[in-house]
Design a binder for this molecule. Sequence first.
Ligand code: HEC
Length: 408
Amino acid sequence: MEFIFWEWVNTLARWLHIVAAVAWIGSSFYFMALDASLRKRPHLPQGVQGEAWQVHGGGFYNMVKYLVAPSQMPAELTWFKWEAYTTWLSGFFLLCVLYYRGADLLLIDQSVMALTQWQAIGLSVGLLAAGWIVYDLMCRSPLGRHNGALAAVGFVFLVAACWGTTHVFSPRGALLQMGALIGTMMVANVFLLIIPNQRKVVATLLAGGTPDPSLGKAAKQRSMHNNYLTLPVVFLMIGNHYPLTYATRYNWVIFALILVVGASVRHFFNIKHTGKPAPWWAWGVAAAGIVAAAWLSAQGSADGGPAVGAASATPATFAQAQEVVMNRCSMCHTASPAWDGINAPPHGVILDNPGDILRHADDIRRQAALSSAMPPGNVTLITPEERAILAAWSAGAASPHMASASVP
Ligand code: HEC
């Protein structure tokens, strides 16, 4: 019963998290594009940045943006905040249910840093808070007045933080921590800056005063940061299902490249929507970044396993590979797992007999030969030499022709 309960809690929380994030990111894309498409027209009232015409859902919309605020408070005002809050609340809930509850497998790797469950949780929560504090101080400092310089320093800060977390948590835990850290920065922007600033403007208007324009400017800056971070944060959230992205040697460099790739793609659209010549070079940067990330992901596992080319140089027999799998994998990947807290073969993957091991050659290659995703947190202490055996065997077994040849 308990197993079913947690399965459903997990499923529903993830559903909510994705739906909320889709709504939030959708509104971020929409408002950035709307802002970019605003055009000045002679008939517009004073204090209006511009107008835009849109067609959707069987009707025409005439959008007008009042910079700072309209001269009078409208009777009804729609706020955009619950998409962001729901995304964070459901995300933090998932972090607790999966990564904190299962810290021994997903967050901690004793060979990276010997941590207890509570130490790992404390560090993770502390880093989420610290990430926001450092970023917020940066924006408020004189640096905050120069968008380019702020982006460069912010980038270096995030990459340094990623490098640091890979020396604290398991590779998977580290990259997810960075996703959560960026997501927290983005939601805190909404909760602690954008919405409070807008509330101040509304309060001033209601009191008959003139709102401070710097409040709106700061809010716009944070909402632009959020927009540039949307694509990287989504990559980090799905990346934990793709071991080559997080459990290989240069995972923190891949993280840096994904920041650049995601921001470049956003930049392309943000400029294109203004009607200026589209910066096509951004796609060149993105493509180069992906090629570099793919190449780096083939350079061996995060714990010193072999690079793709090096692996096939030393051949390994199926018997050798099977021995590694039986020693390091089968206690969990079997009909009734011997690992406390694992009640069924994880993801239905069984690795306790030759036929299943062979059938999963590709999965073994991805999870345990070229990356160190498995065993989780390296709880069964697989060695780089053993990963080399799995890499050499699976390089051949992965092709159907060789697979039949290597059946014992
Ligand atoms: C301590 C228990 C444990 C050990 C030991 C272990 N695994 Fe896993 N394995 C898991 C868990 C838990 C998951 C599910 C992870 C998740 O939810 O993303 C998993 C998932 C997998 C998957 C499916 C991944 C996917 O995304 O579909 C493969 C393949 C796999 N393991 C291979 C291996 C191999 C190969 C080894 C040995 C080198 C190994 N595992 C050792 C617990 C273990």
